[in-house]
Ligand binder design. Structure first.
Ligand SMILES: Cc1cc2nc3c(=O)[nH]c(=O)nc-3n(C[C@H](O)[C@H](O)[C@H](O)COP(=O)(O)OP(=O)(O)OC[C@H]3O[C@@H](n4cnc5c(N)ncnc54)[C@H](O)[C@@H]3O)c2cc1C
Length: 473
């Protein structure tokens, strides 16, 4: 069953095609730069310089007075009492929104790490909040347990993922924070709170997606499922056909998502379904080669939409490109070494297809865009700040290469998403402030009140959080 044929033959087609096409439009296209103003590669290179903090995409930086890694709860409590604000907890730094930057104190929770206990009978496991998803998934697998779902990558920490409502895809599958059955929070004045739905109902509902604004999370108890295997299929198909089938596919398969390749007319569909029997494993992905080919196609043939589409059709591996089986945690997340910036809005489920059609139309008309657009399904939960707390949603994620401009995220896409009732992903780029967000999140006001109650001096607030929550120090 194991099958992988993702090789994209674009290299040879590009060379032959480019040589055959002289002309002014081609030359003009070749001489333009896609580089974003203000992009500095050296920021990544000097990232290890003491106290310069950068998020994963390098878009946000800060030079805190100190970056600290407390050893244990006692040290953390002491640190919180004596630290200069803003005090911001850090996970793996994979958020695109500026939730973490601080000119005061950044606290890394990587020592609060690993599986502490588990009960295979009731499938509850307790972890340090700084454990990353990959480590947690591996440890769970050893205990015969698994996360029901995972996001695209698994390097985020538990606290970081939950705090921004990180999710995978699956019509019946909720975002990750919905697995939380309890947590331990250290407030900014050092008080230790053990929280669950009966001990502190409001704090429990608010703390599942906390934006790191309520205190420092040091431990989670999670309700999980028995370990399981999946069969993964990936195929390339004309986008018009895939859009017609999308709703049915999302009902038919446990996990379904698709990526549209701008300027090509084609998309990749991905499904996962429960698999029983011996698994064969997955060949290392060729997603990065695909991405590089899409970039080259844009670089050389972006000036001619017709040629770009035609060459994609000729050179891409249309049809089934992957059919593999493995343990769930090995298939659900992949590696994303190529850095990018990203906007994501969660649309009401019944608006998703209509809105993504429009996104595709808009981005197809922008010749510079090449990064795949991702579409996913997420089920309802009940956390106060969950984008999914009023019903199932359809997530649309648009990416731009890390060194390229993304002004159109705000100028063109965000108004479209908002008009359709979309809510922004807390960990991705958006420009919304309290006034706009409070219309979308009925509990935002209560969340802000709780924040003030737990942190009266606003020591946890950085400028972004103050704007989101409508709070000042
Ligand atoms: C390559 C890539 C792929 C991604 N894929 C997906 C995806 O498939 N689905 C999806 O929904 N999102 C995705 N994201 C977004 C990402 O999952 C979120 O932004 C997530 O919050 C990042 O986790 P982190 O550990 O890096 O947290 P950080 O970005 O470091 O922090 C996120 C928030 O958590 C808070 N926080 C961290 N630790 C603690 C703590 N101990 N106590 C209290 N607060 C804390 C921080 O203060 C901050 O507010 C992706 C991002 C990247 C870069």
């Amino acid at each position: 069953m194991k099958k992988s044929r993702r090789k994209f033959l674009v290299g040879s087609v590009l060379t032959a095609g480019a040589a055959a096409i002289p002309g002014v439009r081609h030359a003009k296209w070749n001489s333009q730069s896609f580089e974003r103003e203000g992009y500095l590669l050296q920021d990544f290179e000097s990232g290890s310089k003491k106290n310069l903090w950068l998020n994963w995409s390098g878009l946000h930086k800060s030079t805190p007075k100190r970056i600290v890694e407390p050893e244990d709860e006692a040290e953390l409590q002491q640190l919180l009492k004596e630290s200069v604000g803003p005090i911001r907890p850090l996970g793996s730094g994979h958020s695109f929104s500026p939730l973490v930057p601080s000119e005061g104190t950044i606290i890394k929770l990587n020592r609060f790490n690993g599986l502490k206990s588990f009960n295979a009978k009731n499938q509850i496991a307790t972890f340090g909040a700084g454990t990353n998803l990959m480590q947690a998934a591996r440890e769970l697998n050893g205990a015969g347990l698994a996360f029901p779902n995972l996001p695209d990558v698994d390097v985020q920490t538990l606290a970081g993922s939950f705090s921004t409502a990180t999710h995978g895809t699956g019509r019946e599958l909720t975002a990750l924070h919905d697995y939380i059955s309890g947590f331990k929070l250290i407030t900014v004045d050092g008080e230790v709170l053990r929280v669950n739905s009966t001990s502190h109902p409001d704090l429990f509902s608010a703390g599942k997606v906390s934006l790191g604004a309520l205190g420092i999370l040091v431990e989670y108890s999670l309700k999980l499922v028995p370990a399981f295997s999946l069969r993964r299929r990936v195929w390339l198909q004309p986008i018009d056909e895939l859009l017609e089938e999308s709703e049915n596919l999302s009902r038919k398969y446990r996990n379904f998502e698709f990526y549209y390749f701008p300027g090509t007319g084609y998309a990749a569909g991905i499904t996962h379904d429960i698999f029983s029997g011996p698994v064969e494993g997955r060949d290392p992905g060729e997603d990065e080669e695909m991405l590089e080919s899409l970039r080259q196609l844009r670089d050389v043939f972006g000036w001619s939409p017709w040629l770009r589409r035609r060459l994609f059709k000729q050179s891409a591996p249309i049809g089934l490109v992957e059919d593999s089986t493995d343990e769930s945690w090995r298939l659900l997340s992949t590696h994303r070494p190529t850095r990018f910036n990203e906007i994501e809005y969660e649309l009401p489920a019944d608006k998703g297809i209509e809105v993504i059609r429009e996104v595709i139309r808009i981005l197809d008309s922008r010749k510079e865009v090449f990064f795949p657009i991702e579409a996913r399904y997420i089920a309802k939960d009940d956390a106060w700040l969950s984008p999914f707390n009023d019903g199932n949603r359809f997530a649309i994620s648009v990416h731009a290469a890390v060194n390229e401009s993304f002004d159109y995220f705000y100028e063109i896409l965000e108004p479209l998403f908002r008009n359709a009732g979309g809510r922004p992903h807390w960990g991705k780029l958006h420009s919304l402030r309290y006034n706009e967000l409070s219309k979308e999140y009925p509990m935002l006001n209560q969340f802000a009140d709780l924040q003030k109650e737990l942190d009266p001096q606003g020591k946890l607030l950085n400028p972004h959080l103050s704007q989101i929550l409508g709070l000042s120090k």
